[in-house]
Design a protein around this ligand. Structure first.
Ligand code: UTP
Length: 276
């Protein structure tokens, strides 16, 4: 079975919930304490054994490319000072990973962004991280847990977690049968259902391992909810062929696409760094 070697980061969205901060700055560059969300995502992919990062950007997102590049003037300025070490982690990421970029010219939804990113992936299984879902674990990272399941089951894997019933309208929500503890064979999926229409309270969060068949399915997936091409719709097609499992991951997810989740993540991370 092919191994997962590449991670796709759809990062073209407008991030309107963070205006005015995101007027000229990508949402993925918002820092949790001092590190931008995108770097946490890249580090999680690295922990899962992935070093090829493919980022789908859009207008106003150049800061993402600059972040994973050398800044000669700045680095010269802090060379030899106690601040030099603050860039150690970023340098390590740059040394070990490759970064490729493509632009989504029109924001036609997450499914469309993944389709656009397909040019950077080719015909192989790949991971997807939505960097605004920031995941922390005590041990093995969330993506790593999912790659392990992919290697066992050989099909697409989505990360799922229980959410309060009244919040189902913010997520793709699944139904399915538990194959073993924490592993659900998905039989149904609904994008952003009202609580009364939700098939369960198990929501898909921003981590996926997808087989390349998803690109063919996305090509044939018409716009769905909000007129966008929804990855949930494409995954439902794949699930009906028996090919998608849900991973109830170990760990905590912060929804950093919302202001409240972002503040919670910041407080959590700050307290953690203070106690280290
Ligand atoms: P969101 O639903 O969070 O939308 O997208 P958004 O534009 O980023 O943020 P708000 O709702 O306006 O505040 C989920 C993920 O899908 C990506 C986003 O960048 C985010 O990582 N996305 C969404 C794209 O890359 N392209 C799209 O057309 C839509």
């Amino acid at each position: 079975m092919a191994t997962v070697k590449k991670c796709l980061f759809p990062a073209a969205g407008y991030g309107t919930r963070f205006l005015p901060a995101t007027k000229s700055m990508p949402k993925e560059m918002l820092p949790i304490v001092t590190k931008p969300l995108i770097q946490y995502g890249v580090e999680e992919a690295m922990e899962a054994g992935i070093v090829d990062m493919a980022i789908v950007t859009g207008r106003g997102k150049r800061a993402l490319e600059d972040h994973f590049d050398i800044s000669y003037e700045l680095e010269h300025q802090i060379a030899g000072s106690d601040k030099e070490s603050l860039l150690d982690e970023t340098r390590a990421v740059m040394e070990q990973c490759t970064f490729s970029y493509t632009r989504q010219v029109e924001m036609k939804g997450l499914g469309h962004a993944i389709s656009v990113g397909g040019r950077l992936i080719g015909r192989e299984p790949f991971a997807v991280i939505l960097a605004d879902d920031y995941c922390v674990t005590e041990g093995v990272g969330v993506l790593s847990q999912m790659v392990t399941l992919y290697e066992r089951f050989g099909c697409s894997v989505v990360a799922i977690e229980e959410v309060p019933r009244e919040e189902t309208f913010r997520y793709g929500v699944i139904a399915g049968e538990e194959e073993e503890s924490g592993v659900i064979r998905i039989t149904n999926m609904v994008e952003k259902p009202a609580p009364e229409a939700a098939p369960s309270n198990l929501a898909i969060i921003g981590r996926y391992v997808l087989t390349p068949e998803i690109f063919d399915i996305l090509d044939d997936t018409p716009p769905g909810k909000n007129g966008e091409i929804q990855i949930t719709d494409a995954l439902l097609t794949q699930a009906r062929r028996g090919g998608v499992i849900g991973c109830k991951f170990q760990g905590t997810r912060f929804d950093c696409g919302s202001v409240g989740g972002f503040i919670d993540a910041t407080n959590y991370t700050f307290e953690k760094t203070q106690s280290e």
